[in-house]
Design a protein around this ligand. Structure first.
Ligand code: ZN
Length: 475
């Protein structure tokens, strides 16, 4: 069976006129100005396919030509991609010759596993208590889903035990993809001049390419490096429904899905140097998703880190519109969670002061962390362990409301913050009834105090906070 990713229709896209289609690589690139976005149902595919198309751009054209940054062309000309045609064999999904993102072991052959390992949301092995029921060797993936699964490996592979390392960013980070009005504009926003011309070799040219033990990782190698050695089985002859997308096709039911051995850098001092274009670095630390199993309100304050991260991005672009996608898992897939949120704050770059915006968001987080202590009765020596779960149960709701208003908060009057702090009031009056249910004067008084608890976002206080207040004093 021949399945070449340049022409076969496997990338799900939404056109600007509302039409949904699946397209090949050629069409995705040459139609990029007509395509609104990659329209995969799993946000991980949106990121993985986008990063792949970006890597193809670098491979075919190198750094962006000057005039492109001025949006002069309005589309990618067909003749930019002749290199793809010349290297057609790199994009074959099956066959005995060269294969896309796959290679075979030099000696011996490990057991085949179900092909469903390529899609994290499809259960495998004995993981059968799921909403989606799947049986190894009976259910399988269509060629399009196999291609998407292979593309997920560089960005989203997690550690799979001995010899099965995670992707280049270790535990998958939060990926930030800047968005334009169409795929063409979105790609341009990420296609930045790298100030050098050595992009390294991508994995479609050399699927078994390894990361250097130390030193700088070249861009194309880093974007496409494969932490697993995959070899897909030949598709079955009868058509069945794909377990991932439901399309009727000749399915791939098994595949080699092997580790590649240790990839640890030589020593701590000589770490590999990889600068990912789509992650947020804060003093060399990479922003990663929280473990949602460990805290009720783990997701509540997440937006603050995302927005601050976007504001300090070295390639901060305007308008600020991006998707943030994360994938988290703990204890060998005890839980898996893929999350996407779209953030948009259309700021005027001349008058907008990112530093001030960051200070306000920081202040909001600080004030939120004080809510529990403010609910405690004065002069009480007890710990009051009952307060935290109460606050944890209302915070996610409030933070979602605040996040929805992010555009107004960043660009509007300072009073906007005071108004969103007021969103706590209806919630806190209910919390007060639970925490102080009695009828004595003391209880009634305490109920009033708890109902009034909220982040203190008075504009004057935010402005003088850094200079004036003593550590630990009440706000
Ligand atoms: Zn499928």
């Amino acid at each position: 069976m021949n399945y070449n990713l340049l022409d076969e229709k496997w990338i799900p896209v939404l056109y600007r006129n509302g039409k949904y289609d699946r397209v090949g690589i050629f069409q995705a690139l040459t139609d990029a100005h007509r395509i609104r976005q990659i329209a995969a149902s799993n946000p991980m595919d949106r990121v993985a396919i986008f990063r792949f198309l970006l890597a193809l751009l670098y491979w075919c054209k190198g750094n962006p030509p000057d005039y492109v940054s001025a949006y002069a062309e309005k589309s990618f000309p067909d003749d930019w991609f002749t290199k793809l045609d010349e290297n057609r064999d790199c994009f074959n999904l099956f066959g005995d010759g060269k294969r896309f993102y796959q290679y075979q072991a030099k000696t011996g052959e490990p057991d085949k596993l179900t092909a469903n390992y390529l899609m994290q949301e499809i259960p495998t092995g004995s993981n059968w208590y799921h909403f989606c029921h799947s049986k190894d060797k009976d259910n399988g993936l269509c060629p399009a889903c196999c291609a998407k699964g292979l593309l997920r490996l560089p960005s989203f592979a997690t550690s799979g035990g001995r010899g099965k390392p995670p992707g280049i960013n270790s535990k998958p980070p939060i990926y930030i993809i800047p968005l334009g009005s169409c795929l063409f504009e979105s790609l341009l926003l990420s296609w930045q001049d790298q100030k050098q011309n050595d992009f390294g070799e991508p994995a479609w040219v050399k699927p078994d390419i390894q990361l250097p033990a130390k030193g700088k990782v070249a861009l194309l190698t880093g974007l496409t490096w494969l932490p697993r050695r995959v070899w897909l089985d030949t598709p079955k002859t009868d058509e069945e429904n794909c377990i991932a997308c439901g399309v009727k096709a000749k399915l791939i039911k098994q595949s080699v899905f092997a580790g590649i051995g240790s990839t640890k850098a030589e020593s701590v001092d000589e770490r590999r140097n990889w600068d990912d274009p789509h992650v947020i670095y804060d003093n060399k630390n990479v922003l990663k998703p929280n473990d949602s199993l460990k805290a009720y309100d783990a997701a509540s304050g997440r937006w603050t880190k995302l927005v601050i991260g976007a504001l300090i991005q070295k390639n901060a672009i305007s308008p600020h519109r991006f998707i943030a996608v994360s994938f988290a898992t703990v204890q060998n897939d005890k839980y898996i969670e893929a999350k996407k949120c779209e953030v948009s704050f259309n700021v005027n770059t001349d008058s907008f002061n990112p530093q001030k915006a960051i200070e306000k968001i920081d202040y909001w987080s600080k004030e939120n962390s004080k809510l529990i202590s403010r609910c405690k009765p004065k002069k009480s020596s007890r710990k009051h362990a009952e307060i935290r779960p109460m606050i944890d149960s209302v915070r996610p709701h409030i933070e979602t409301q605040v996040f929805d208003k992010i555009h107004a908060l960043l660009t509007g009057e300072p009073e906007a913050w005071e108004q969103v702090a007021g969103d706590y009031s209806p919630m806190m009056s209910v919390v007060a009834q639970s925490l102080a249910p009695g009828y004595t004067t003391v209880e009634v008084q305490r109920r009033r105090e708890i109902a009034a608890v909220k982040p203190n976002m008075k504009p004057k206080i935010i402005a003088t906070d850094r200079a004036g207040r003593k550590k630990g004093a009440d706000a």
